[in-house]
Design a protein around this ligand. Structure first.
Ligand SMILES: NC(=O)c1ccc[n+]([C@@H]2O[C@H](COP(=O)([O-])OP(=O)(O)OC[C@H]3O[C@@H](n4cnc5c(N)ncnc54)[C@H](OP(=O)(O)O)[C@@H]3O)[C@@H](O)[C@H]2O)c1
Length: 435
């Protein structure tokens, strides 16, 4: 019998207990695929007394999870605690320093410290894997890093946050506003009590930064991701989008441009209008989906559950199987010293169409003021719709779709209108996703 792969599990919450359940349920199959048994030897969490619905009696309980990295009977540390810094990061560093493998589902930590951890992993020839950190159960990290490895990718984008997708697709289904659907998401367990990271797009930004690094062979650059959440999207925008043939989705996107051998990338998270015929338009509820476009593969679509106990545990155990098989491949597609520093593209150069919604006072001349700003900024309007008087006071909504053009013109138009007494709120600009 081959030597087992011995695992220390830090964090026994949703994902940690899921990993224990999966290894119990699929033990023989996992062993067959890994070529050797995968055994949990030690576990750690804050509260030893808590009933977690799984039997922990055969594992050593470790009060100070940092001690796991030092144990002689451990080959791999699985970090399922969370948090970009703090104890999760200390453990991750200690595990790699001790030459242990590291598996994590922690997108915040990978987005902020993935490069430094990959350097440490290379230094100690230790495996470092994080399939569960992006889109839960969807094997998109492996899909891009290995399945699509023969391709040059220039565009990776997708629905990377289930909470936002649930809220937006429920707003679409019910006609209700953001606040009501956020409450509903919290009641159904799709949103945290503090939903800030999700609804402000930070969680999706962590994930797109990771995917861009893998897909483009880039040094991860989370700080460069421009992030806009969904809090300003109104039910009226969704209705309007529908009549124009679109749905609204929060899209994380990374685009690579190559001008004369000089590569630049644009990484963004923004609510977008998605054409009804596009595969992302059909993605509803808490589901995630990622599209990657390769120069030989064409468009690839990865779709499935982006979170939850079972799907996320499935991704963690897939990483364990890889390590058990001896897979020591680089975490970000190429060896860490070959990762490129790719400069950020100027978003003003983005060529595309936009949906712009203005909330304005219902008085004569407002429309002329808006269209004059568009003209002066060089924005060409494809269609313009003025909604009837809104229920609260004299506010009306004016929505428009622009012709294809550089984004800098739209930004200039918005700047020209900045401070105008005609506007009751800052305009909302949503790019229209190219089909
Ligand atoms: N939940 C998902 O669907 C999902 C999906 C993808 C990725 N992830 C990522 O997976 C990771 C874990 O998420 P989760 O949902 O399983 O979290 P969770 O349910 O909150 O569990 C966190 C676990 O970490 C333990 N813990 C927290 N601070 C600790 C400390 N200082 N020392 C020791 N243990 C500590 C907690 O102990 P106690 O139980 O004793 O309090 C708990 O067992 C996070 O990075 C998350 O972003 C989660």
């Amino acid at each position: 019998m081959a030597e087992p792969l011995r695992v220390a599990l830090a964090g026994l919450g949703t994902v940690g207990t899921g990993v224990i359940r999966l290894l119990e349920t699929n033990r023989a199959m996992v062993e067959g695929r890994a070529g050797r048994p995968i055994e949990i030897v030690a576990v750690s969490a804050r509260d030893r007394a808590r009933d977690r619905g799984v039997d922990l009696s055969s594992y050593a309980w470790v009060d100070d999870m940092q001690a796991m990295a030092e144990r002689g009977d451990v080959n791999v540390v699985v970090e399922l605690v969370g948090g970009a810094d703090g104890p999760a990061l200390t453990l991750a560093r200690a595990a790699l320093d001790a030459g242990k493998g590291l598996i994590t589902a922690n997108k915040a930590m990978v987005a902020h410290h993935g490069l430094a951890l990959a350097e440490l992993a290379a230094l100690h020839s230790a495996p470092f894997k994080f399939e569960a950190a992006v889109a839960g159960g969807i094997p998109v990290v492996k899909g891009i890093r290995e399945g699509a490895a023969a391709n040059a990718l220039d565009r990776i984008y997708g629905i990377l946050n289930g909470t936002c997708n649930y809220i937006l697709s429920e707003m679409e289904r019910t006609g209700a506003d953001f606040d009501d659907m956020l409450r509903s998401a919290q009641e159904k367990g799709y949103a945290e009590a503090d939903p800030t990271f999700d609804v402000e797009g930070v969680d999706a930004a962590h994930k797109i930064a990771i995917l861009a690094a893998i897909g483009f062979g880039a040094r991860i650059d989370f700080e460069a991701v421009e992030t806009t959440g969904i809090g300003e999207v109104r039910a009226a925008d969704i209705t309007q989008a529908k009549t124009l043939g679109y749905v609204v989705r929060l899209v994380g996107a990374a685009h690579l441009e190559d001008v004369g051998g000089r590569r630049s990338m644009l990484q963004r998270v923004r609510p977008c209008l998605v054409p009804l015929g596009h595969p992302l338009a059909a993605v509803k509820g808490p589901t995630n989906a990622v599209v990657a476009e390769g120069n030989f593969s064409g468009r690839l679509l990865f779709q499935g559950a982006g979170a939850g106990e079972g799907p996320t545990a499935s991704a963690v155990v897939a990483d364990l199987i890889d390590i058990a098989r001896g897979d020591l491949g680089p975490p970000f597609s190429v060896s860490v010293d070959a990762l490129e520093t790719i400069m950020q593209a100027d978003p003003g150069e983005r060529q595309g169409r936009d949906y712009i919604r203005f909330s304005v006072n219902d008085r004569p001349g407002v429309l002329a003021e808006i269209t004059a700003a568009m003209r002066d900024a060089g924005v060409s309007i494809e269609s313009l719709i003025q909604h009837g008087r809104d229920h609260d006071g004299g506010e009306v909504l004016v929505a428009m779709v622009t012709h294809d053009g550089p984004e800098r013109c739209v930004t200039k138009a918005i700047d020209l209108l900045d401070g105008s007494p005609s506007l009751t709120a800052p305009p909302l600009v949503m790019p229209i996703l190219k089909d």
